[in-house]
Design a protein around this ligand. Structure first.
Ligand SMILES: O=C(CO)[C@H](O)COP(=O)(O)O
Length: 153
């Protein structure tokens, strides 16, 4: 089965979100693109509303991965990580995007529209979906420590 990818952005990230949506509809691993907004640059909703809405879809099992965009990529990451079970981070280079999945089993990649160019953002969004976490890797027990802390607190 292919991936269900949820996209979210505030008005500082909506341009890249829409470009990523278009690109991901052609991605061989993507079955569905779910856009939780904002719909256009006139919508001034604060980034935590969009990031939490997107993260909740993943936590509820209604999406597999998320790509969230704001000015820096940092606010959406901080907000998404408040949703239980979600691992999200900003990553602006290929190696970090690879490790975000392979080391951290993150479901959400966060990007900053005011920080990187569109071509790089499109490439990183696509690469993020090409990686698959190996639950038998040595990284799995490290991620489990995060999950256990979350479960026990
Ligand atoms: O980048 C953002 C949050 O990290 C957001 O797009 C803009 O936030 P602001 O600098 O607080 O307006």
């Amino acid at each position: 089965m292919g991936l269900r990818v949820v996209l979210a952005a505030d008005q500082a990230g909506v341009g890249y979100k829409d470009a990523i949506a278009e690109r991901l509809r052609q991605h061989p691993r993507v079955d569905e693109v779910i856009d939780v907004g904002v719909g256009d640059v006139s919508d001034a909703s604060a980034y935590p509303h969009l990031a939490v809405a997107g993260a909740e879809l993943i936590a509820e099992g209604r999406a597999d991965r998320g790509i969230f965009v704001c000015g820096t990529g940092m606010g959406v990451a901080i907000a998404a990580n408040k949703v239980s079970g979600i691992r999200a981070s900003t990553a602006h280079d290929s190696y970090s995007v690879e490790r975000l999945v392979m080391s951290n089993d993150a479901q959400v990649l966060c990007l900053g529209q005011r920080v990187i160019g569109l071509d790089l953002a499109l490439r990183l969004a696509s690469e993020f979906l090409d990686h698959e976490f190996d639950p038998d890797s040595p990284s799995a027990e490290k991620v489990a420590v995060i999950c256990e802390y979350e479960r026990d607190h």
